[in-house]
Design a protein around this ligand. Sequence first.
Ligand code: UDX
Ligand code: UDX
Length: 452
Amino acid sequence: MNICCIGAGYVGGPTMAMIALKCPDITVTVVDMNAARIAAWNTGNLPIFEPGLDEVVKQARGRNLFFSTDVAGHIKQADIIFVAVNTPTKTYGVGAGRAADLRYIESVARTIAEHAESNKIIVEKSTIPVKTADAIQTIVASNSKGLKFQGLSNPEFLAEGTAVKDLSNPDRVLIGGERTPDGDKAVAALAGVYAHWVPRDRIITTNLWSSELSKLVANAFLAQRISSINSISALCEATGADVDEVANAIGKDSRIGPKFLKASVGFGGSCFQKDILNLTYLCESFGLPEVAAYWNSVVGINDWQKRRFAGRIVKELFNTVADKKIAVLGFAFKKDTNDTRESAAIAVCRDLIAEQAQVVVYDPKVPAHEIIHDVVGNAHEEPRLTVATSAYEATKGAHAIAIVTEWDEFKTLDYAKILAGMQQPAFLFDGRNILDLPRLRALGFRTSGIGK
Ligand code: UDX
Ligand code: UDX
């Protein structure tokens, strides 16, 4: 069997590497129109940082895992084609700011139809609006040269930073297909790939629309938990309760459970906000404005939480940060990834710069040019924003430290040494509640956490 995956990003790369590792009998080729990205996948310096991924790629690459820019050639050879291109939020026209931009999906569908010379199973890995499979099917069918294309939905549930673990031991694999004999056959073929390592009872099969919708709903529910606890974090700050204590107490209720209750400076990542906006757009299109408003508030609280954090920094620094140096530690949207999409750090840096602070960012994995591009775009230089190569360099002479990403290395810094190099009084804002604040207060910091 031959598998081709179009899109060598955070989803396509790790997912295909795992399939290749677990299925030595299947040839897996990942193609991408970005030649630099493909070249990087073929070196020892992979384009994405993900714990454990180097090892997986090293074992399978050259054996049955390949990375190539020959999109047309590998479409021809493939039995199963995964589509894992990005589906950003539309920035123009109808649905701007909310609907998914499906231009890449459509162009991939056309490319497949153009180059295919045999029947194919086409698997949507990208998160897309419900009923997109229909559109893909229509595009490929109308160019089919008599060939049969069977569309499946197989949403990815891996979280960045734990992708290898999530892929090798998934809670479930979801496969949606048309409820027809050909559809059932395609579902069975894909289930057979995952069955190389995933127990059968964790492979769930549904109709196409249930599968597409489940991905959006899973992310909406996860994000909702974070917005719920973050809303309570504000109440904790007002009342003197400690949000970690509240989360622990409610999480012990087995009906609630302990996961995804960590209050934070706000959730980020390529999925949560985009998928909820998608869900609300979908609800509105189907005449359900109340449902849309309900889910929209999850995003609303998140935006507010990000602003609230920057606002608190300004307030505690005597209502002005103008020309004060603020060290922002962490820029990725969570630890153990170099991905910055929708990271809360972007909003925090922008708000502080708007207050005329001098912002110095340090992140262990995100390159400097990426940080600057995310905060100020291509347009101009921003003299108020610089990037340091260590936490010690970033904090030297700073008035305040803001922890924005929960990288482990921030837990073990020599804070006594850092304090000695800072302006006094020195402030520390823990946007991830990872530090022992009483200990830092004893050292001489003025500290605040989220919801405490
Ligand atoms: C994924 C999913 O596909 C997206 O729907 C989900 O919501 C977030 O995660 P991801 O793998 O994280 O996307 O995106 P990215 O890292 O941007 O990778 C997409 C890749 O597809 C890029 O390397 C891009 O060059 C490639 N691409 C895009 C193509 O090869 N052809 C195209 O037409 C468009
Ligand atoms: C998410 C889903 O978890 C995954 O199943 C889906 O396939 C893609 O979207 P990801 O965005 O990679 O994965 O990361 P996730 O671990 O869900 O974290 C998202 C954001 O929420 C991060 O910014 C994280 O820091 C934040 N978060 C998470 C919290 O603020 N508190 C929590 O308790 C958990």
